[in-house]
Design a protein around this ligand. Structure first.
Ligand SMILES: Cc1cc2nc3c(=O)[nH]c(=O)nc-3n(C[C@H](O)[C@H](O)[C@H](O)COP(=O)(O)O)c2cc1C
Length: 313
């Protein structure tokens, strides 16, 4: 089942993967839940659930609410902690040959730096994806990823702490998302993941209460695809490094929209909850598209979008 054509070979700066389809953070556990043998080449890499140095309990329920064309979540960064991940999951990941990207989170710069340095010791982590949507405790809870200067400093230091390829996953909410992405690539990020979930909320009208215990949460799924597609296009046309798209991808057509708009790889998140075969379907669909259009390799269609008016904003 795991065979994919060499046409899907995906180059992300220093990283080469057999497929451009990745499993998005928080939707594929720690990479040990069936991804090993089954998905070998179909899934280019799995991105772990966000990991912090210390374990986190997360938010009280309810943490998930369905919305039209999407879902809200407020998991609250629940995770087992970096050391437990390395001890409990890395042996299986290694045994099964799963390519794993670690999504790293922190509330202080030092937490990220320590995490990056610890992961570099492992030697076989494909990349570290910095989740900079986390609240920065020193900046009164403003997310790291909303401040280009903070991002520049963090990424510059993280690069000096490790030779593992580094990706920065930006939050989509600010109007300065291009500046944030630019700060990341200027500081040395090897790729930019665009983007995390959008802040949203839902109300139970009978109870007159929010549907999530935290009131607000992160919106994902098809509802966000046009918004994130726009961000990917804006960023990819300027970025000197690869862009990895994440937002509402559930079919080959969705993935192709992003790739044509400039993404070199895609991450599939919420869609995998309803359809675990989605990665394979997307891989087969992209292969068929490349053949139908006479392309020899994926790289030929990355950023191949035509007809955007010069003055599109
Ligand atoms: C339940 C859930 C948990 C998530 N946890 C994380 C996380 O720990 N770190 C992170 O960077 N993104 C996390 N995300 C965001 C996803 O990785 C992805 O960027 C987002 O859901 C958009 O993609 P989608 O529409 O395909 O789901 C999570 C998303 C969901 C739905």
């Amino acid at each position: 089942m795991g065979e994919v054509s060499s046409k899907l070979l995906c180059r992300l700066g220093p990283v080469t993967l057999p497929s451009p389809i990745l499993a998005a953070s928080g939707t594929a556990g720690y990479g040990t839940e069936g991804f090993g043998y089954m998905m070998q080449d179909v899934v280019g890499a799995i991105v772990t659930k966000g990991l912090s140095l210390d374990p986190k309990k997360g938010n009280p329920p309810p943490r998930i609410a369905e919305t039209p064309c999407g879902m809200l979540n407020s998991i609250g960064l629940q995770n087992i902690g970096l050391e437990a991940f390395l001890k409990e999951h890395m042996p299986t990941i290694r045994k099964e040959g799963t390519r794993v990207v670690v999504n790293l989170l922190g509330e202080r710069e030092e937490e990220y730096l320590e995490g990056v340095a610890r992961l570099a010791e492992e030697g076989d982590i494909v990349a570290v994806e910095l989740n900079v949507s986390c609240p920065n405790v020193r900046k009164g809870g403003l997310a790291f990823g909303k401040d280009p200067e903070v991002i520049y400093r963090l990424v510059k230091k993280a690069k000096s702490h490790s030779s593992t390829p580094l990706w920065v996953k930006i939050p989509p909410d600010g109007t300065n998302f291009v500046e944030v992405a630019q700060a990341a690539w200027e500081a040395g990020s090897d790729a930019i993941t665009v983007a995390n979930t959008y802040v949203g909320m839902a109300v139970d009208v009978e109870k007159k209460r929010p549907k999530l215990s935290t009131g607000t949460g992160g919106l994902s799924g098809p509802a966000i695809r046009p918004l994130t597609l726009y961000r990917v296009w804006r960023i990819a046309r300027r970025a000197p490094v690869p862009v990895i798209a994440s937002g509402g991808i559930g079919s080959a057509r969705d993935a192709l929209e992003y790739i044509i708009a400039g993404a070199s790889a895609v991450q599939v998140g919420s869609a995998s909850f309803a359809n675990p075969m989605v990665y394979l379907e997307i891989a087969r669909g992209i292969e068929a598209y490349l053949s139908r259009h006479g392309h020899r390799e994926l790289g030929e269609i990355v950023g191949s979008l035509r007809g955007m008016p010069e003055d599109s904003v």
